[in-house]
Write a protein that binds this ligand. Structure first.
Ligand SMILES: Nc1nc2c(c(=O)[nH]1)N[C@H]1C(S)=C(S)[C@@H](COP(=O)(O)OP(=O)(O)OC[C@H]3O[C@@H](n4cnc5c(N)ncnc54)[C@H](O)[C@@H]3O)O[C@H]1N2
Ligand code: MOO
Ligand SMILES: [Mg+2]
Length: 622
C-alpha cells in the first residue's frame, strides 16, 4: 500500500502524491519502484481518487474520517487485503530502495517477527551518527490488525506508537538517501533541479574568468570540490572491518588511557621528594607490584616498592628508579646514588595517551592500522563508518577488446578498466565494472542510465576529446549537467565532469580522457580528491616533497605537467629524481616504472639539471 492520504500540510495542503516530479507525479515514481516488489498495490488516498486511480492501482480512502494520519491508511489496508502480508511506502519518497520489500521480508522470516521496518544510520551536520527508523517503510503480518485497531481506538496516532508488544525486526539500509522524502514545495523544486547539490552552472558561474576551453588545474579541482557532496549513509561495522573506511562520528574516549598513573620501567617506585642531591638515599623495599595486579601497597617515608613496567603506581609514589640504575640492591632495600634519577621520572600519567571524554578520533578520518589499535585501546568493538561509495566505470571505444578476446586488426586491449579497478579499489570504493561501451550514442546512453540506477559516481574513459565529443555531449546534456573541459595540463587535457540522472537517482560523472596515462593522472588529481569528499573523508594532505632533477626537463609555462619519475635518496641523504623515459600519454610503462609523479606547476618553465622540483610519492609507509 502506498500511503498518500495525508493533508500535505507542509506543502501548503496540496495533494502531495500528485505533485509533478521529473516528468510524472511523486506517487507515480513511488509506484514505479514499489510495484515490482509486491503482488498487488493499493493506493491509500483521501482526496483526488480519480487522479490516483489514473496511475492504474485501486484507491482506498481511510475508514476513519478526518485525515487521521498514516496509521489510518494502514488500518484500511490491513482490513481490505486478503494477503498474509502488507508492505507500506509513503507517496513522497520517490527514491525508495528497489530491494526494500525483499530485505524486509528476509528479516521478518529470519526473526519470526510480526513487523519489519527500515532503519538507516545517519550523520548530522557535526558528524555524529544516529539510528533513524523509517516506520512508514514497513512490512507486517496482516494478523496485527486487532492491535492497531485497539491503538487507534484509544486515540493513539504515532506511526510506531502501536509497536509495543509486537515482534519488530529492524533492517539496516546503508543508502540513507533512498529514504529521502519530499516534504515541502522547496524540497520538490530542489529535487527537480537535481538533488541537494548546487547546479554546476552556479558553481562555475561564480568563478571569474571561467572558460571551459582553458581551465587551470586548480580551478578544475575547486569546481569539482564545490560541486560534489558526501553520501549520508552510515553503517556500524566490527572494528577490523573498519580498516580503510571513513569514520562517521567522533570517537569519544569512554575511559582514560592509561587508566592510572603507571610505571614506564622495571625498578623501584617511591615519593621523589626523598631524593638527596648530594647523598645517596637508601629505601626499604616493602613489596612488589606487577602489571595488572593491585598490590594495595602504600610505602611510607623511607620506603619504596619494587615495580614492573605497566604496573599501577602505588599511592604516594611519583618516581621510578630503573633497576639497572640502582647503586645497590639488597634483599630488603635499594640505594639510589645522588643525581641518578629526578623526581617524577619514569612515571606514565593517567590519560596521557587519551583522556576520558575527549575526542580520540574525529569524524572524517580514513581509518588506518594505528586507528584500529587506538579504538581497541578504548575497549570499543564496533565503529560507525560512512557507507561505501559505489562507483561504476566503463571504457568507451570501438577499438577496445577485453582481456581474453582475440585482438583484431587495429584494436588494443582495454587497460583503463584495470587501472581504474585498481585505483578505485585502493580508495575503498565498491566497484561496478560495466565493461566496454561501443562508440555509439544509444549504447552510451544505456550505460549511463544503467549506472545511475545504483552508483554514486560514474568514471568513464575515452571519448571526451574534441573529435569524439559531439554525441557524448548531447547525451550527457540530456541526462544531466556536464561540462566539457580543456584543462591546462599534460597529460589529461580533455575531461568531462558533472552529474547525470535517471530512475530518480543521480550520480557524479567523471569522463576521463582515453589515453592510459591521462586516465590515471586525471583520476589521481581530480577524481580521487572528489571521491574522498563523497566518502566523507577529510581532505587529503598535500604531501609534495622536493627533489633535485637529475636531468633537464622541457616545460612550457601556462600548464601543469605531471611527469612520471623515479625518486632516489642519495648516500648523502638528499633526494634526486629522474624521469621515466618517454612521457607520451599512451605509454603506460612510464607509470609502472615510476615511484612518483613530478609536478611542474603552471608558472614553471624549463627545468635545468640539478634544479629542485616537487614530487608526489606513490607509496607511503602505511
Ligand atoms: N584534435 C585534437 N585531438 C586530440 C586532442 C585535442 O585537444 N585536439 N586531445 C588529445 C588528448 S590530450 C587526448 S588525452 C585524447 C583524448 O581522447 P578521448 O578521451 O576522446 O579518448 P579516445 O580517443 O577514445 O582514446 C585516446 C587513446 O587512448 C586509447 N584508449 C582509449 N581507451 C582505452 C582503454 N580503455 N585502454 C587502452 N587504451 C585506450 C585509444 O585507443 C586512443 O589511442 O585525444 C587527443 N586528441
Ligand atoms: O593530455 Mo592527453 O590527455 O595527452 O593524453
Ligand atoms: Mg575512443
Amino acid at each position: 500500500m502506498i500511503l498518500a492520504g495525508g493533508r500535505g500540510t507542509r506543502m501548503g495542503r496540496v495533494d502531495k502524491g500528485l505533485q509533478p516530479f521529473r516528468g510524472a507525479t511523486l506517487a507515480a515514481h513511488v509506484l514505479r519502484r514499489f510495484a515490482p516488489q509486491v503482488t498487488d498495490v493499493t493506493i491509500n488516498a483521501n482526496r483526488n481518487a480519480d487522479g490516483y486511480a489514473a496511475l492504474g492501482a485501486p484507491v482506498l480512502a481511510d475508514e476513519l474520517t478526518g485525515f487521521e494520519g498514516p496509521l489510518a491508511g494502514l488500518q484500511t489496508g490491513l482490513r481490505h487485503t486478503s494477503a498474509p502480508l502488507l508492505a507500506t511506502a509513503p507517496c513522497d519518497c520517490p527514491f525508495l530502495p528497489e530491494d526494500l520489500v525483499q530485505r524486509l521480508h528476509e528479516a521478518l522470516v529470519a526473526q519470526d517477527a510480526d513487523l519489519a521496518l527500515a532503519v538507516t544510520m545517519e550523520a548530522d551536520e557535526a558528524g555524529a551518527a544516529h539510528k533513524q527508523p523509517h516506520p512508514v517503510f514497513s512490512l507486517m503480518k496482516t494478523s496485527v490488525l486487532p492491535r492497531l485497531d485497539a491503538y487507534l481506538a484509544g486515540g493513539g496516532r504515532r506511526m510506531d506508537g502501536w509497536h509495543g508488544g509486537l515482534r519488530v525486526a529492524e533492517v539496516l539500509f546503508t543508502d540513507a538517501a533512498a529514504f529521502r522524502d519530499i516534504d515541502t514545495l522547496e524540497d520538490l523544486q530542489r529535487e527537480e533541479a537535481g538533488v541537494s547539490a548546487p547546479r554546476l552552472a552556479d558553481v562555475t558561474g561564480a568563478l571569474p574568468g571561467y572558460d571551459p576551453h582553458a581551465v587551470p588545474v586548480r580551478q578544475a579541482q575547486r569546481i569539482i570540490g564545490d560541486f560534489v557532496r558526501p553520501v549520508r549513509g552510515v553503517e556500524k561495522v566490527a572494528l577490523r572491518a573498519a580498516l580503510g573506511r571513513v569514520l562517521a562520528a567522533d570517537i569519544v574516549s569512554p575511559i582514560s588511557v592509561p587508566a592510572h598513573d603507571n610505571s614506564a620501567m622495571d625498578g623501584f617506585a617511591f615519593a621523589g621528594d626523598q631524593l638527596d642531591d648530594v647523598h645517596p638515599t637508601t629505601l626499604e623495599v616493602i613489596g612488589t607490584v606487577f602489571a595488572g595486579r593491585n598490590a594495595g601497597l602504600k610505602p611510607e617515608r623511607g620506603q619504596c616498592v619494587r615495580i614492573m613496567t605497566g604496573a599501577v603506581m602505588p599511592e604516594g609514589c611519583d618516581t621510578v628508579l630503573p633497576q639497572e640504575h640502582a647503586a645497590g640492591i639488597t634483599e630488603g632495600s635499594v640505594t639510589i646514588a645522588p643525581q641518578s634519577v629526578r623526581p617524577g621520572d619514569n612515571r606514565r600519567h593517567k590519560g596521557e595517551d587519551l583522556m576520558e571524554g575527549r575526542a580520540a578520533l574525529t569524524a572524517g578520518k580514513l581509518l588506518r592500522p594505528a586507528d584500529l589499535g587506538l579504538i581497541a585501546s578504548l575497549g570499543i568493538a564496533e565503529v560507525a563508518v560512512r557507507r561505501r561509495l559505489r562507483v561504476a566505470f566503463f571504457s568507451t571505444g570501438d577499438e577496445l577488446r577485453s582481456v581474453g578476446e582475440p585482438l583484431a586488426q587495429g584494436c588494443v586491449y582495454d587497460s583503463n578498466r584495470y587501472t581504474l579497478y585498481g585505483m578505485l579499489t585502493r580508495l575503498g570504493c565498491e566497484v561496478v565494472d560495466m565493461g566496454i561501451v561501443k562508440d555509439d550514442p544509444d549504447a552510451l546512453e544505456a550505460a549511463l542510465v544503467d549506472a545511475c540506477a545504483s552508483a554514486d559516481a560514474i568514471v568513464t574513459s575515452g571519448g571526451v576529446s574534441a573529435g569524439a565529443a559531439d554525441y557524448t555531449r548531447d547525451i550527457m546534456a540530456r541526462l544531466g549537467e556536464v561540462a566539457f573541459w580543456t584543462i591546462g595540463m599534460r597529460p589529461g587535457r580533455p575531461m568531462a565532469f558533472g552529474r547525470v540522472g535517471a530512475h530518480g537517482r543521480d550520480a557524479f560523472l567523471f569522463g576521463l580522457p582515453g589515453n592510459p596515462v591521462a586516465v590515471m593522472v586525471s583520476f589521481y588529481f581530480f577524481a580521487r580528491p572528489a571521491l574522498l569528499r563523497m566518502m566523507g573523508a577529510d581532505a587529503p594532505a598535500d604531501l609534495r616533497v622536493q627533489a633535485r632533477s637529475l636531468e633537464a626537463i622541457r616545460k612550457k609555462p601556462g600548464r601543469t605537467e605531471f611527469q612520471r619519475g623515479i625518486l632516489t635518496v642519495e648516500p648523502d641523504g638528499t633526494r634526486s629524481v629522474r624521469i621515466t623515459g618517454s612521457q607520451g600519454s599512451g605509454i603506460l610503462r612510464s607509470m609502472t616504472e615510476a615511484n612518483c609523479i613530478v609536478v611542474l606547476p603552471d608558472e614553471r618553465g624549463n627545468v635545468a639539471a640539478g634544479e629542485p622540483v616537487d614530487v608526489l610519492l606513490f607509496e607511503g609507509l602505511v
